[in-house]
Design a protein around this ligand. Sequence first.
Ligand code: OGA
Ligand code: MN
Length: 272
Amino acid sequence: MLIEQISGNIGAEISDVDLANVTTDEVEKIKKAWLDHKVLVFRNQHITVEEHIAFGRKFGELEIHPFARGGHVGLGDYPEILRIASNPEKEFAAVIWHSDVTWREEPSLGSILRGVVIPETGGDTCFASAAAAYELLPGSVKSQIDDLYAIHDFTKSIGEKFTNEERAELQEKYPPVRHPVVRTHPETGERSIYTNGYHTDYIEGVSPEESEKLLALLEKAIMSPTVQFRLKWEVDTFVMWDNRSSQHAVAADFYPNERVVERVTIIGDRPF
Ligand code: OGA
Ligand code: MN
């Protein structure tokens, strides 16, 4: 197994491994590389849907999305697979920087995404190290945000996809949640920015103006090329990212072409 770093702060490409037949030793190496690099890329993995699911289970229990809709559908017999299909009628690719489902009390730990239908050009996914973005903040900003909490709410990001009635029902099940603005990684101890432009509503305990200002500043830190790499997809490229220490966004430059990816998602725990 060969591990090659992709950029200075995030990402590694792993080759010489078959995701359908990983040994215990390889899984341990992948787990370590995942913590070290936050995002791992595997190319030309011509594996089945079952093998994708089985590979995901090596890293934890899999999440079934509570209310995936439209272009986000479970695949028939495989509710663990979230299929994100985008075309001009259904623009589902997430173009705003985020980490996944932060509106949950226990947002997922990470995801493993497969390229299924890849446009000839465009549709790259950009990844940012939320740990490097935090580390590079001025000390005065760090001390200002270190003990703050923010409110995350699905109605801010994906609420529009529902009728008022459906939304009200979902809001009862998934009310706004409170997470630290800076979370500590449970395995590495690293501190990372944990607000995002997609699901975060506001920062608690400061004025609305200050909240807006801080959220914009943190989003700008995530958007710095210094903390990023950009993934060019091919069919059967697999990428696994750590939602606790990274964020991602898709380039919406592939329409009117189709783009389809399939994800398995690993259940996480409560951020602290
Ligand atoms: C996701 C997501 C990225 C992509 O699966 O959580 O944001 O490249 N998708 O489609
Ligand atoms: Mn996402």
